[in-house]
Design a binder for this molecule. Sequence first.
Ligand code: C2E
Ligand code: MG
Ligand code: MG
Length: 551
Amino acid sequence: MKNVFVNLAERYIYNEKPAILPLVVIITGMIIGVCFLVYYTGGIKYVYSHSMYIPIIVSSLFFGIKGGVIAGLAGGLVLGPYMPIDVITGEMQQTINWIYRAGFFTLIGIITGTSMDSLRNRIREINWLMHNNRYTELPNEESLNQALERLARDDQVKCPYYLLSIGSSNISSVKNTFGFSVVHVVIQQMNQRLNECILFNHGIFNHSDEKMAVILGDPGESEIDEHLNRIVHALELPYEYENIPIHMDMHIGCVAITDRSLSNYTVGRQAETALNHAIDNKLSYCIYRPEEDKTSRENVGLLGSLRNAIDTDQLVLYYQPKVDIHSRKLLGVEALVRWQHPTRGMIPPVRFIPQAEQTNLINPLTMWVLEKALSRISMWDQQQFMPAVAVNISTRNINVPGFEDAVFRLLDEYHIVPERLELEVTESALMQDPVNAIRLLTELAESNIIISIDDFGTGYSSLEYLCKLPASIVKIDQYFIRNLVNDSAVRNIIKSATDLAHSLNMTVVAEGVEDEAVLDFLVDIGCDIVQGYHISRPIPEDELLTFARAN
Ligand code: C2E
Ligand code: MG
Ligand code: MG
């Protein structure tokens, strides 16, 4: 019974055009009922005419202002000119009486009808907002959940079907440049492209502020990878905002739904895990695998205990030598952190640094590395072992007010000349806020700290900023070095980057040198310093001293 009422209420609220038949039935019933009452009771003076409000209110409830007005007028007329005051005497009503009554009934119909119409509109609006994003006007998370539930119940839908979560890794910088409204414009354009390039979708959703989700039907014979590639390709074409073309780095997390009993929450989280994995590893798309979930949970757990690891000295520094390309003389070392975990053993930095860089934890971590490195320099000085030590710096470190003062204070504390400290900042970190980076690094460089651009070639730096950067070293990213043997285009890039750096009076370091053939090429093109497994892996302090003695 309850369901019948709920259904009736829903039909009443959402039906744009209620059927006219019920209104005709109500009004006809009203006329017959009134005639019967008047003649049965003996005349209009015996009938309680206010009972006419009941059909008027019912009509306006169901048919809004139109229903209210029609029922009001009809009621007024039915109780009007042809209804005798007294059936037996045949005395009729005065015209003014029934006109007044008809007017009053109509007014009641107008008032209740208008109220119902505006209530109904409000409910429709709230319902729309519950299911759609108000800015992009696309179905939202609630709609996504409902669609997933519907599909899980529908045996006609073949498994697997796929949930895709689509996000961009550079959306923050685009938003910072153009303002929040750019996100809505991009999402709408994405929606258009998704609609054009996906043939079997069960819905496209804008399920969170900056992300889209798609439920992809079973692609049949063709491979899911083929579909994902096509979607990524469509999404990576430039977007247009106020006549400016905008490039978005798009990533897709995909999960195959084979088990209909999984909750929406689980499936959604799996798609998010896959998306995060794609973003972290710079992949166009990633299909969810439970192992990744485990790794990402472990990494979140790791991040939670990192603060304690810093405070209790669980971190250790390894050092990777950098040598002169001709003489192989040791010129410096790069300090690379590792986590000596009490139960999980040695954890490499890729497992916790990228996560720490997303939080403020990277600040105490960098301070720990700096302090440790400087304390080592001061110890090595006493042993006449004097390489420069490079420490990696992250974007957040650059943005912390007073970072430079903290560095100067540590140099003072350990009595280290600034020339012994090198700070490596990745090209992409520099380009996030180049103006601030240039200001800070200039101050550090003016005090003779060596500044180097790490992972050069991966961060789209503009020549304008490159000229202004106070860096004296460029470290060409390992990707290029590792691929130079098989790829002539890569060789050309390395050659041009080396020439460019030299023309700006910078020293060129090649990282990731793994064999003699690569070394020979680097000698030919005039690279200055090499670092890589071919020279030495990152090694603990005691091994470094042995390496230095042999060198
Ligand atoms: P990076 O600064 O580019 O460091 C070089 C990475 O390349 C090191 O990995 C090093 O072990 C590896 N590598 C060096 N030569 C070779 C080679 O010939 N072949 C191959 N395949 N790899 C080579 P690692 O130690 O795992 O560090 C990875 C990244 O983690 C570093 O990249 C750096 O971005 C970050 N990192 C490490 N320590 C710190 C730190 O103390 N602070 C910050 N902010 N980041 C750090
Ligand atoms: Mg580095
Ligand atoms: Mg590097």
